[in-house]
Design a protein around this ligand. Structure first.
Ligand code: UDX
Length: 434
């Protein structure tokens, strides 16, 4: 089985590397020549635990290759995955020009029977559009267009790929379905559940999953707001709800709102698709709105914890990535908070173990520090915005010693409130009165 993956971002690179680890011959193709040169040297352009090791291993075993144009590889492949970006347009719909440019490349190099698979999240109906385009140039019995969405979380994408909750294959062509089932046979043997369905359902499963998870987060964030008002504890609420198997424990952590490259973009793209079909998705709409409100809520919380002139306050911001374990700052709530505080006039010192370089490109007025202690020095408030493990074990005595005012606003409920208070901090967090 020969495979080509077009696009070497998070999704493409992880997919290509992991498939080669399952014994397939994989060529990853990207128009970015610099990126390909880097990958050929075994350097990984993104921070993703475990990825470097499997890329190196499979390059050495001559099962994983990187190419800029990849024409020959595409023409010889049994399966071609599309893993290029689909960024949000201003109206919330997905930008499809990269997908269609990759489809064009596929079309130009297509010879014998091949399966073209959308891996990155594409709007419902994209498979049909691709099929209609290819049918103009090629006989319909020489190709199949399938949907095989990814469910990888950044920071644990390799283990998510290797141990998936499910593999979804949507293909309306029985021959194409057979090829994809053969491709995933090693993973099925390793106990990965496979669900097969029609292409449109597969496309929608991806959006429905991300939208549902976004709803879960917005729901618990709203419960947190109510809990603070009425004197309940959101952590206990989440625990009590999560013990019900029908609800489940995951994705009930309150915080500054969801961010990242998927949830904000995919919820809006789903609303845009629903709009096209004249179908109102009130629950998803509310989740998006609640997520936007959550940033207002946490900014107000930080400001209300500042005793002196708010416009002159010095804020220590711990965490810039959209979540712990990644250098990704796309739609990061930490940066949204930073922008809002800068607008008020606050000075912001910031520290993140991995994401500072990316963050400073987005918000230039941040004063970047090399440690949590350096960040806290002379500040009026310490804000924890990203759930990095190293923030859980901060030396609070040392931090208090260097701050101007001993105030912590913990937007991820990471610290032990009683320990923080014992040390002498004024401590505030999400969804409980301390
Ligand atoms: C997500 C999906 O989980 C994945 O299946 C999909 O393929 C891509 O999008 P990712 O964006 O890497 O993955 O991050 P995820 O771990 O899901 O977190 C998304 C956001 O939700 C983060 O900002 C995170 O901090 C937030 N979150 C998550 C919460 O606020 N509370 C939670 O309980 C869980």
């Amino acid at each position: 089985m020969r495979v080509v993956v077009i696009g070497t971002g998070y999704v493409g690179l992880v997919t290509g590397a992991c498939l080669s680890d399952f014994g397939l011959f994989v060529t990853c193709v990207d128009i970015d020549a610099e990126k390909i040169a880097l990958l050929k040297r075994g350097e990984i352009p993104i921070y993703e635990p475990g990825l470097k090791e499997i890329v190196e291993k499979n390059q050495k075993s001559k099962r994983l290759f990187f190419e800029v144009k990849g024409e020959k590889s595409i023409s010889e492949a049994n399966v071609v995955f599309l893993a290029v970006g689909t960024p949000s347009r201003d109206d919330g719909s997905a930008e499809m020009k990269y997908v269609f440019s990759a489809v064009e490349t596929f079309s130009k190099n297509h010879k014998s029977y091949q399966v073209l698979v959308t891996k990155s999240t594409v709007p419902v109906g994209t498979g049909k559009k691709i099929e209609d385009y290819l049918s103009k140039y090629h006989s319909k019995d020489t190709f199949a267009v399938a949907s095989n969405p990814e469910f990888l979380r950044e920071g644990c994408a390799v283990s998510d790929f290797m141990n998936p909750d499910r593999i979804v294959i949507g293909c309306d062509d029985p021959k194409g379905l057979k090829v994809l089932l053969d491709l995933y046979e090693p993973m099925r043997k390793a106990n990965a559940p496979i669900i097969t369905t029609n292409r449109t359902s597969a496309e929608l499963i991806k959006y429905a999953s991300n939208a549902f998870l976004s709803v879960k987060i917005s729901f618990i964030n709203e419960m947190a707001r109510l809990a603070e008002k009425c004197g309940a504890d959101v952590s206990k609420i989440a625990e009590g709800m999560g013990m019900d198997k029908r609800i489940g424990k995951a994705f009930l952590l309150p915080g500054p709102g969801y961010g990242g490259s998927c949830f904000p973009k995919d919820t809006k793209a789903l609303l845009s698709t629903a709009n096209e079909y004249n179908c109102k998705l009130k629950v998803v709409e509310a989740a998006v709105e609640a997520n936007e409100d959550q940033v207002n809520f946490v900014v107000e919380k930080i400001l209300s914890n500042l005793s002196e002139k708010k416009e002159e306050a010095k804020v220590a911001l711990l965490g810039l990535a959209f979540k712990g374990g990644t250098d990704d700052v796309r739609e990061s709530p930490a940066l949204k908070v930073a922008r809002r505080l800068l607008k008020v006039g606050c000075e912001i010192k910031a520290y993140d173990p991995e994401a500072s370089v990316n963050a400073i490109k987005e918000v230039e007025n941040l004063v970047i520090c090399n440690s949590a202690k350096e960040c806290a020095e002379g500040c009026d408030v310490l804000v924890i915005a990203t759930e990095w493990n190293e923030f859980k074990t901060l030396d609070l005595k040392e931090i208090k010693g260097v701050m101007k005012n001993a105030v912590i606003v913990d937007l991820r409920n990471l610290l032990d409130p009683f320990h923080a208070k014992e040390i002498g901090f004024k401590y505030d967090c999400i969804g409980k009165r301390i």
